[in-house]
Design a protein around this ligand. Structure first.
Ligand code: SF4
Length: 242
């Protein structure tokens, strides 16, 4: 991204205006910055997703929410999605699924996650989301700096050169997240009490041990920390390292 291009200037101005903004203020600014039908929320309906969705629903429960249904998710996540849709009155949750033809050709035995997890994530997550985001000018997601690794320095607003990306929870701490769960009485992901602090696809998610980073159970011992969706739109090798 060129530091002087109009989108870069816009991102810099938005970040200056939102330097100490609350999550609600960041979401309100995103709604104000983009036309009504050009802004999407992306949610995994994971262990912390209820916090972002609560703030989104407070602003507008009709905002489109994109959910990557990889076909490899825990049943508990699908149940939790349905529960949060009810709790927050979300009216436009869209499940994105991988292309059938691609799965047939590249992963007929459903073991690509074991042989080449990068490709598996590309087919099941990156490509469906990239295709869906073609219809939008910006998206909101729930990353936080305290999650570490590539997320440790995220700003409230980023851009890949075309899309604006808003991170309303960027500055929240683990304690802040807990406070929102308690103050609002938000339902918990059913797997959290079983030791899963972060939940993704079944084959690539394991319990976290005492003292480990929240996402340590994802792609354990593979060297991977992200699925790749936060590189969408960026040149190969660029971006957040996910
Ligand atoms: S998280 Fe695992 S199963 Fe899910 S898409 Fe990525 S590699 Fe495949």
């Amino acid at each position: 991204m060129n530091a002087l291009d109009p989108l870069s200037v816009r991102v810099a101005r938005l970040n200056a205006a939102l330097a100490s903004a609350s999550p609600a203020a960041v979401i309100e600014k995103a709604v104000e910055a983009l036309p009504a039908d050009r802004l999407a929320i992306v949610s995994s309906f994971g262990t912390e997703s209820a916090v972002l969705l609560k703030y989104v629903a407070d602003v507008d429960p009709a905002l489109p929410v994109l959910f990557l249904d990889t076909g490899m998710l825990f049943e508990e996540t699908l149940d939790y999605r349905d529960r949060l849709v009810d709790v927050f009155g979300l009216t436009d949750v869209r499940s994105l699924t991988p292309q059938f033809e691609l799965l047939e050709r590249r992963d007929p035995a459903r073991d690509l996650w074991l042989r080449d997890s990068e490709s598996c994530c590309h087919i099941r997550k990156v490509r469906p989301l990239s295709d869906a985001l073609g219809g939008f000018d910006g998206w909101i997601n729930g990353r936080k700096r305290f999650q570490g690794e590539a997320r440790a320095r995220i700003a409230h607003v980023e851009s890949d050169g075309r899309l604006l990306k808003f991170n309303p929870l960027a500055s929240l701490t683990r304690k802040d997240i807990e406070k929102v769960f308690e103050a609002e009485g938000l339902p918990r992901h059913p797997l959290e009490k079983l030791g899963f602090s972060s939940v993704g696809c079944m084959p690539c998610t394991s319990r976290t041990r005492e003292g480990e980073a929240p996402r340590a159970g994802r792609w354990r011992e593979s060297g991977r920390t992200e699925c790749g969706i936060h590189r969408i739109g960026l040149p190969a090798g660029a971006g957040c390292g996910c």
